[in-house]
Design a protein around this ligand. Structure first.
Ligand code: BTN
Length: 266
């Protein structure tokens, strides 16, 4: 089914974001679209949504494959008023998604796997990819792209054990327009705090965080791609966007979202 743009606009008409919506039948990647669109087109709060992405991208240079017409694949473009703590916006986006699902689908257990995989009942249903465009040292564009499996009925065999959709977990088909408008309603609320340097929402994020207050194996990857691992207690997202891990000697260590993957041991 084609995304119903006029219904979506009706649902979001009182919102600050999206300030403008571009609905595309097909595009390689909505993140790429926002990276490349010209200055007159890009504005704070622009949302690009595609019914089909042909070259969707994920974190760690992976691809993001999503069937046409059934899922959400979109990107929100922002021009934040400051550079500081831009990287916390990835968590704010994940939280907005998690909250939207938890509020409306109480039978689905939603978790966030650091930094931002969206899990439904323990299986991956979505993810967030943020990209930043700089001009000199000033942030010109922040692109918050996310994909969420909504009405996908059949998972490819090789993904059945690890991936899922909202339909498969809740047992009912859902309006993509309504889910996306709820996500954005949450985003508007949390962004308002973010702009004022208020990070109370990090407690909410930590409630969804897989491994929170548990012993975890933490896999660290350097920029050169070398990895090592450490065992420690996961103490959650901090106000500066770092993940706090207390190792087995009680030493506190902070990691950015690109540096670490965590795997709960209990
Ligand atoms: C991940 O889990 O690795 C992140 C997946 C992010 C996918 C979304 S779909 C919309 C936007 N455009 C892209 O090319 N990627 C993001």
């Amino acid at each position: 089914m084609i995304f119903d743009i006029s219904y979506f606009q009706k649902l979001t008409k009182s919102y600050r974001f999206p300030s403008k919506v571009i609905a595309l039948e097909s595009t390689p990647s909505t993140n790429q679209w926002l990276k490349e669109c010209d200055e007159e087109c890009f504005e704070h709060g622009i949302l690009v949504i595609a019914d089909h992405q042909t070259k969707g991208r994920g974190q760690y240079r992976r691809t993001w494959v999503s069937g046409p017409g059934v899922n959400i694949t979109c990107s929100l473009g922002l021009i934040p008023h400051r550079n500081r703590n831009i990287h916390t916006l990835i968590h704010l986006t994940g939280l907005s998604i998690a909250m939207a699902i938890q509020e409306n689908y109480p039978t689905v257990s939603v978790q966030l796997k650091w930094p931002n995989d969206i899990l439904f009942n323990g299986k991956k249903a979505g993810g967030v990819l943020t990209e930043t465009v700089f001009q000199g040292n000033k942030v010109r564009r922040v692109i918050l792209g996310f994909g969420l499996n909504i009405n996908l009925r059949v998972m490819p065999k090789e993904l059945e054990r690890t991936a899922t959709s909202l339909l498969l977990e809740s047992g009912r088909a859902t309006s993509r327009e309504e889910v996306l408008s709820t996500i954005l309603s949450n985003f508007n609320k949390y962004y308002h705090s973010w702009e004022r340097d208020i990070y109370e929402w990090k407690h909410l994020y930590n409630e969804f965080l897989l491994g929170m207050n548990k012993r975890c194996r933490c896999v660290l990857t350097t920029q050169k791609g070398e990895s090592s691992s450490v065992i420690g207690m996961c103490k959650g997202l901090q106000s500066d966007g770092m993940l706090l891990i207390e190792d087995e000697d009680g030493e506190k260590k902070r990691f950015s979202h690109e540096q670490i993957r965590i795997y709960p041991l209990e």
